[in-house]
Design a protein around this ligand. Structure first.
Ligand SMILES: Nc1ncnc2c1ncn2[C@@H]1O[C@H](COP(=O)(O)OP(=O)(O)OP(=O)(O)O)[C@@H](O)[C@H]1O
Ligand SMILES: [Mg+2]
Length: 499
């Protein structure tokens, strides 16, 4: 149910931070019942604009109208009163409370006696969940939900506050393929009810699957708004990055039989008795659904979670990788899928973060070689096109994708011979993705070897010379590049076929 009336209009919005003009006079119009996608490189200003629309951040100048009336939001509550709600990646849910309590937090229905009307609360909550087709019991505590279910709860909560515009900023970043399908079904349902969705994602296939219109931002400026059916992938990418990207994945030409890294009988949380060999210059993909153990395996090998049994060999020598520092010293580098927990120190600068794990390489005796540190950091900032106002900027202030690039730069800085990359391009724009793929290809040409874990199947298949599929903590299948396609990988990952 789409209308041609604009329910939200933004005009000449400017937002400045010290040293950064995040938004430079942008406009945006949202129709009722449309899915409006926002595209743009990392740091283009998408999240900043969404925070402004949802009342989470003030803007420097410009005009905002809801239903033709000018509005000024001082808080997210103000925006909610006008029917605008945002779903955050770090959910705003209280883990010790139930789904129903969270949905009506601060607005719990009261009985005549002034006490909480639990019956009404649970009935209303369950009705809303059911209406969305969600199989969630409203009495479940948030802590017992999966990431996807928590996200669905957030959406249900938006409905209970009467939202007409729901903002989703990279909602699928932590979802599996099945869960993404579920999210899209719900988005369709919301649309039918006249609710508009503002949708940010770096996954182009998603944008073309669900959006009605697409707006592209670049360096804080509005580039274009188009009907999705009147544009295409190449067009949007060209508007985003200012050039065509024809070959996203480098042509790999790899041949080697020299084993440089070996795991023997590795066990730990979610991983049972895994054996594998990685060859010199190889990119080895490890596929698996959420909970299959592939992410856990990489964390065990890097000493981020305990290894219960097994041995790790680097170039034929048994190494101790029971802590991240020991793993680094053994020549193993790791890009974590969770940049906030293991990857970055948000309150420290870009410079400190990039050089933190490689102080040894950058030191002259006991002193840090300041010049070398600066040169090295600057090189990686440029290479990955990291958008920062200066290398002393706090990492916590960077856009999501730029934080991810810092994680990647930090690992490159340690110059590891074995690289383990978990979701290396999560939230990264398509231009920088191409750059990261090129860097990975170059690393292998320098004789380094890579283990790649990614839920982005086109990426896993496009980059890997060989793929191991994991299920229930074990390796169930080896697939060579020539035979790999999404159907085969998924079939083994989900247990649809077995050897
Ligand atoms: N609190 C802040 N202090 C300083 N600069 C900030 C702050 N928040 C955002 N910025 C800057 O504003 C610019 C836009 O950031 P924003 O998060 O909106 O980008 P984005 O388009 O969402 O990118 P991504 O795709 O990486 O998420 C970036 O240069 C970022 O560093
Ligand atoms: Mg963002």
């Amino acid at each position: 149910m789409q209308s041609n009336e604009y329910i939200l209009e933004l005009d000449s919005i400017v937002k400045t931070f010290p040293g950064v003009r995040a938004l430079d006079g942008v406009h945006l119009e949202v129709k009722g019942g449309e899915v409006h996608a926002l595209c743009g490189e990392n740091g283009a200003g998408k999240s900043t604009l969404m925070k402004i629309i949802s009342g989470a951040q003030p803007y420097t100048s410009g005009k905002m109208k809801v239903d033709g009336q000018e509005v000024k939001f001082h808080s997210t509550k103000d925006a909610e009163r006008k029917g605008i709600a945002m779903i955050y990646q770090e959910f705003n849910l209280v883990s010790d409370l139930t789904v129903a309590e969270n949905m009506y937090l601060g607005r719990l229905p009261k009985s005549k006696l002034g006490t909480v009307d639990w019956k009404k609360l649970n009935q209303d909550a369950q009705n809303t969940l059911d209406k969305l087709g969600l199989k969630i019991n409203c009495k479940t505590k948030i802590r017992n939900l999966s990431v996807a279910e928590a996200q669905m709860t957030e959406i249900a909560k938006c409905l209970t506050i009467g939202a007409r515009i729901i903002i989703m900023d990279e909602p699928t970043a932590a979802l599996t393929d099945e869960e993404i399908k579920m999210l899209f079904t719900i988005i369709d349902e919301l649309k039918k009810n006249g609710i508009s969705i503002l949708y940010i994602s770096h996954r182009m296939d998603e944008i073309f699957t669900i959006s009605d219109r697409i707006t592209v931002f670049r360096d804080g400026k509005h580039v274009a708004t188009k009907n999705t059916k009147d544009t295409n992938y190449d067009d949007v990418v060209a508007m985003m990055v200012g050039k065509n990207i024809t070959d996203l994945y480098p042509k790999r030409n790899y041949q080697s039989a020299e084993v440089v890294f070996e795991l023997k009988n590795i066990s730990g949380k979610g991983v049972h008795d895994v054996n594998l060999q990685l060859h010199k210059g190889e990119i080895l993909g490890i596929a698996g659904l959420m909970g299959s153990g592939n992410i856990e395996l990489s964390k065990i090998v890097f000493g981020a979670i305990p290894q219960k049994a097994g041995e790790v060999y680097v170039e034929g020598k048994k190494v101790n990788s029971s802590t991240p520092i020991k793993a680094l010293n053994a020549g193993i580098g790791f890009v974590s899928d969770d940049r906030k927990q293991e990857g970055l120190v948000l309150i420290r600068s870009v410079k400190e973060n990039v050089s933190l794990s490689s102080l040894k390489n950058l030191s002259k005796g006991p002193f840090l070689d300041k010049k070398k540190e600066l040169e090295s950091v600057a090189k990686n900032v440029q290479r990955l096109n990291i958008k920062i106002s200066g290398i002393n900027q706090n990492v916590g202030n960077l856009s999501g994708g730029n934080q991810q690039k810092v994680v990647f730069a930090k690992v490159l800085e340690t110059n590891p011979s074995i690289c383990i990359f978990d979701e290396p391009t999560r939230g990264v724009d398509v231009g920088a993705k191409a750059e990261i793929y090129q860097i990975m290809d170059n690393l292998t040409k320098e004789g380094k070897s890579i283990i790649l874990i990614s839920s982005d199947l086109p990426e896993l298949i496009g980059m890997s010379d060989r793929i191991l599929v994991m299920r229930e903590g074990e390796i169930v299948k080896e697939i060579m590049k020539e035979e790999a396609n999404q159907e085969i990988v998924l079939a083994y990952a989900s247990g649809g076929v077995s050897e």
